[in-house]
Design a protein. Sequence first.
Length: 155
Amino acid sequence: MEPVFAGAGSICLENGGMTRAEITAERWRYCIWNGWPTMARERIRISSDWGEVTADLADNEAAKSLAQMLPLTIEMSDHLRQEKTGNLPALLPEQRRQRDFSVGTLGLWSSDRFVIYYRNGRVPSPGIVVLGKVAGDVSIFDRPGSVTVRIERAG
């Protein structure tokens, strides 16, 4: 079955964030067939007392549901010195999960735990739903302790 391409503004994460227009159709199909998340050009802003970053949301139902909840304020705590994690006010739809993550991945653990990864790594099964990718310097979250973040649509 031939995959349906996401919009021209979408991004395949495994291509270093290149847009659909910047990679070949063959490589794009490879991204889709392998289940690698693609990013829509829905941009959000994540701000805290530690700084602010923007992120592109994934092109999936969970990310779309997250966008419908915005704006949100979430108390996030540090977990394993690789991520900040906090509870969402409602469950997000189940999507394909993956175990590996990279710096800047926004993820969903369980159905209601929003995660910002500031290091590369791998989570145990069942894995995470990728919600997006930070476009800025996510190292602002690479410090011990809790932080309150505000998530809202950018622009």
